[in-house]
Design a protein around this ligand. Sequence first.
Ligand SMILES: NC(=O)c1ccc[n+]([C@@H]2O[C@H](COP(=O)([O-])OP(=O)(O)OC[C@H]3O[C@@H](n4cnc5c(N)ncnc54)[C@H](O)[C@@H]3O)[C@@H](O)[C@H]2O)c1
Length: 350
Amino acid sequence: MPIRVALAGVGNCASSLVQGVEFYGECGDAPGLIHADFGGYGIGDIEFVAAFDVDARKVGRDLSEAVFEEPNCTTRFSDVPETGVEVRLAPVMDGVGRSLSTEVRVGGDEPVDVSRVLQESGAEVLVNFLPVGSSEATAFYAGASLEAGAAFVNCIPEFIASEPAWASRFEDAGLPVLGDDVKSQFGATMLHRAVVQTMRDRGVRVENTYQLNVGGNTDFKNMLDEERNRTKRVSKTEAITSLLDDEIGVRIGPSDYVEFLDDNKQAFMQVEGRKFGETPVSVDMKLSVEDSPNSAGVVAEAIRAAKLGLDRGISGPIESVSAYLFKHPPARMDDDDARKLVESFIKGDL
Ligand SMILES: NC(=O)c1ccc[n+]([C@@H]2O[C@H](COP(=O)([O-])OP(=O)(O)OC[C@H]3O[C@@H](n4cnc5c(N)ncnc54)[C@H](O)[C@@H]3O)[C@@H](O)[C@H]2O)c1
């Protein structure tokens, strides 16, 4: 059965997701998936029915072309045949910040009525892929999702699923919501959490840690603006510090834009602690990863969880799945516990 999906923002993450649906639609359960079958849904069941952006190079184009338009720079791992879905112009609001003003060419005629387009397209799930710091625009899309009766998957560090006021609006509307801020399939947060958790479990007192991230896509360029970056820093930092009881020295977040890296993200991490006899131990790590497919693999899970939520009449945040797939979920859990709960959710035991 198809899952009718709308996209807010047709940037690099959307590109990887659209390509992934094509790629796995063809190959079923090829390597690289967390779940080939998520409660009876495959990735190939995802059908895009609407898409919104503000960049004149993407608006008016078929989604299959828009995903490869500049300034998108992620790897092309699959061709995408024409979808019949035209990217529609949305209100820009605070979607394009200072650092992106030369990258994103805002243009087009009158913005569409987003909630109306969602309703007319029959969208069941709206995915928020806006730039970090789009606070007003995220609230606008969350509101449009509620109006149109669509579940909401919030991939960015604006707090919707984890914000009680928004969570109860989705609950009252009888709609699932998942978020906030995607925890990539195998990214800096997962690796950093795994090391900190192992040290903690082995009795090491973690004393300080950093995680410095650089990349060359528009996401990183946007995050040069420290003011827009505030919630990203909170989300990424809490994903680590929530594992520990003590206060530690910590610095975590996007750290610079290195244009020639394009969609390759590099994360430099250090964790220092004290073990038996208060003697020191220190771990240094470097992760290098293609950034956008790393989030798309997780969003493909979240979309199918949202659809299962709709099928089962679940309203409000889906806590287990959010804890497993997002950095700033409504309820925090150890990754192992969250994974077991997700398996139970898939089986319908929760
Ligand atoms: N790459 C990852 O692994 C990862 C992980 C966690 C979170 N995220 C978050 O996901 C989001 C999307 O990332 P990305 O790399 O695709 O960013 P991107 O910059 O490539 O894409 C953002 C898109 O949103 C469009 N946009 C701006 N304002 C808009 C508006 N009002 N309405 C509709 N579209 C608008 C832009 O034109 C652009 O096409 C970012 O917030 C990022 O931080 C990414």
